[in-house]
Design a protein around this ligand. Structure first.
Ligand SMILES: Nc1nc2c(ncn2[C@@H]2O[C@H](COP(=O)(O)OP(=O)(O)OP(=O)(O)O)[C@@H](O)[C@H]2O)c(=O)[nH]1
Ligand SMILES: [Mg+2]
Length: 277
């Protein structure tokens, strides 16, 4: 009776396994789409100073990173966010009204890090509403439709209006061509060449993706999270350095005198109500 035997056997307890989502678990700096052409980091990994800083026993906490998606209407902004966040694709077009918001949690080098994704409307009539959500963006993703060249020409306009709301910081800029699945190989290569020139002008990192097939979607979001995280750590390192310099430039306090008269007078004044017992 093999089933009885198995019941009575003392089976070893299986080790508890923590499963990480490989999409959102980042241990090395994800590479650029074309590492030779990016104006952002060309390194294959996070800077050693960043790893060293994070090794300290103090566990730094990082604020969520604001990522804004801008571009002409119907270029596929909502589709790329939905493909990454929910692994779904809808072929019928439903215009975004104003702005949509999604939060995605990552683990980068063992630290929690979230991307706040602000998917803005491309339709002109919503522009004034969407503009209000551009502020404090750490990352700007300018999106264009690879099948429509005029949407690439609009990229400059979208980027400059996003940067106008972010004059105090320098966001990381990505130029993303969508709907790569709809192009023949020749059309794809021709469009990438044109977009590469535009990306260089805009000082943006270039990516071609397809929300329909999922081509390069995960890689793009991992790259955004990895670079934004590295930038946040470097900023924290700078801030710490500044506060240390401030502390060392403060004159040392040699002695302090306290006026104890008020302290003793309030303590030893007899109570008006007399003894409480
Ligand atoms: N074939 C194909 N179609 C796509 C792709 N991405 C988006 N689409 C289609 O393009 C249309 C517009 O996509 P959306 O993501 O809604 O465009 P949007 O940029 O968010 O548009 P607005 O919200 O109006 O600014 C939809 O019909 C999508 O199904 C893609 O990668 N491949
Ligand atoms: Mg949309």
């Amino acid at each position: 009776m093999p089933h009885v035997l198995r019941q009575n056997m003392l089976l070893p307890v299986p080790p508890s396994v923590v499963l990480h989502d490989p999409r959102t678990h980042i241990r090395h700096l994800p590479p650029a789409y074309s590492p030779a052409q990016t104006p952002l980091s060309r390194e294959r990994d996070f800077a050693p100073t960043v790893r060293y800083h994070l090794d300290s026993p103090r566990k730094p906490k990082f604020r969520p990173c604001k990522v804004i998606f801008v571009g002409d209407c119907s270029v596929g902004k909502t589709a790329i966010v939905n493909r990454f966040c929910f692994d779904r694709f809808q072929s019928n077009y439903k215009a975004t009204i104003g702005v949509d918001f999604e939060l995605e949690n990552f683990t980068v080098l063992g630290h929690n890090y979230s991307l706040e994704m602000w998917d803005t409307a491309g339709q002109e009539r919503f522009k004034c509403i969407a503009g209000a959500y551009y502020r404090n963006a750490s990352v700007v993703v300018v999106t264009y439709d690879m099948t429509k060249r005029d949407t690439l020409e609009s990229a400059r306009k979208w980027l400059s209006s996003a940067l106008n709301y972010n004059v105090n910081q320098k966001p990381l800029v990505f130029l993303v061509g969508t709907k790569a699945d709809l192009l023949s190989k020749e059309e794809f290569m021709r469009m990438e060449r044109l977009a590469g020139v535009a990306a260089a002008e805009l000082q943006a990192e270039y990516w071609s993706v397809s929300a329909r097939s999922g081509f390069k979607i995960t890689e793009l979001f991992q790259r955004i999270a990895g670079l934004a995280f590295e930038t946040a750590v470097k900023k924290e390192m700078e801030n710490l350095k500044d506060t240390k310099i401030e502390e060392t430039t403060q004159p040392p306090v040699k002695s302090q005198s306290f006026d104890l008269r008020n302290f003793f007078s309030s303590r030893f004044t007899p109570q008006k109500s007399g003894c409480s017992c």
